[in-house]
Ligand binder design. Structure first.
Ligand SMILES: Cc1ncc(COP(=O)(O)O)c(C=O)c1O
Length: 351
């Protein structure tokens, strides 16, 4: 068995080596076993959250720009950075008694937070009631249900995200929380989530050896941009922080609220956790441009992610062009593209 594996490896090395595209590093990556150790065995899937890789984008970045790295959050167990905040919110509420053992958790969500909460609640034994909408991908809804969440659907205006939908979902969640005497995580106002993202900021700092000139992130609840940039700025106050929002609903930039198709971001109003004083720049990206870049990032970088990642990469390119060659810009590949297989992002690539 061992020998046949070695033969297979030798054949693989040959086929990779004759391929002029392969680098020595890539050949080593498929054959080297020196990194294999009897690593830790997790006592819970929750121990697998965080410590995600930082991946350099090498093909979609124009030559007149600085380097761009994405924090590859699909490597979290549910394929989203939201695992970090769900764990932070539930743990904090358990610790100070807001959430008793076996207590019900309630939340409104576009889906990613709900999936991450469903994972944490399943692991910790909390029933979960989720308010969501047909505006968000069916994969996320099925994923939440598969992890044991009970869903309540609020109908959207033709599948688009807008302020009216966000408010209707918030109202439904508040009602269910009152009915069930449950703990409403209330992600738009929940400051516990910042702790999950501060850790992510420290990871970025360590992974870049402290060489971060700018950090770019799209805004939903604003939890991730505030938490990550807070941690980076604690290391170096000069780190430039760039927010990203949908062009069709550029409320943080002072525009009016509208419908868009960048799932998870652009709530349609100025969210409570947003602190504009901590942000140097706001870049707006249209839904169609964000989708086009997500598709390019999938095909050209093999980084498979959602629409907000496309928006992030476009804004990161703009920032890296302003800062010029020699600079380092970090952004987030927020989640896995598998969450969007049934949506217009990967179903109809012409839109
Ligand atoms: C796919 C995706 N990207 C980006 C964000 C924005 O993150 P935050 O809520 O931390 O602002 C979210 C939030 O739901 C999201 O689901």
């Amino acid at each position: 068995m061992v020998q046949s594996l070695d033969y297979a490896d030798a054949a693989l090395v040959r086929s990779v080596a004759i391929d002029a595209i392969a680098t020595t590093k890539e050949v080593t990556a498929v054959t080297d076993r020196s990194h294999i150790t009897a690593g830790p065995v997790a006592s819970s899937v929750l121990d697998c959250i965080g410590n995600t890789p930082l991946v350099e984008l090498r093909h979609v970045v124009p030559p007149d720009c600085g380097r761009i790295f994405v924090k590859f959050e699909a490597a979290n167990p549910t394929g989203s950075m939201k695992d970090r905040m769900a764990l932070a919110m539930i743990t904090a509420a358990e610790l100070d008694g807001r959430l008793p053992a076996g207590g019900t958790v309630v939340e409104y969500t576009g889906g990613s937070t709900g999936v991450s909460l469903a994972q944490v609640c399943a692991a910790k034994g909390h029933p979960l009631r989720i308010v969501t909408s047909d505006a968000y991908s069916v994969e996320k809804r099925r994923h939440m249900e598969s992890l044991g969440a009970e869903l309540t659907l609020v109908e959207s205006n033709g599948g688009a995200t807008d302020a009216a939908l966000t408010h209707a979902m918030i109202d439904a969640a508040a009602e269910i929380a009152a009915e069930t005497n449950g703990y409403w995580t209330d992600q738009l106002r929940n400051v516990d989530q910042l702790n999950g993202y501060r850790v992510m900021g420290d990871e970025i700092w360590a992974q870049t050896d402290g060489e971060v000139d700018a950090f770019v992130q799209s805004v939903g609840t604003a939890g991730s941009i505030m938490g990550i940039s807070g941690a980076l700025r604690a290391h170096a106050s000069a780190v430039r922080v760039v927010a990203v929002e949908p062009e069709e609903s550029a409320v943080l930039s002072g525009g009016s609220s509208g419908s868009h198709y960048i799932e998870g971001v652009g709530a349609g109003f100025v969210v409570p956790l947003w602190d504009g004083a901590l942000v140097n720049d706001i870049v707006t990206v249209s839904s169609s441009d964000a989708m086009a870049m997500s598709r390019r990032v999938a095909k050209e970088e093999a980084v498979f992610a959602g629409t907000s990642t496309g928006a992030n990469v476009l804004a990161a390119i703009e920032t890296a062009r302003q800062l010029g060659p020699g600079s380092t810009v970090v952004t987030v590949a927020c989640d896995s593209g598998t969450k969007y297989l049934s949506t217009r992002l990967f179903q109809n690539e012409e839109q």
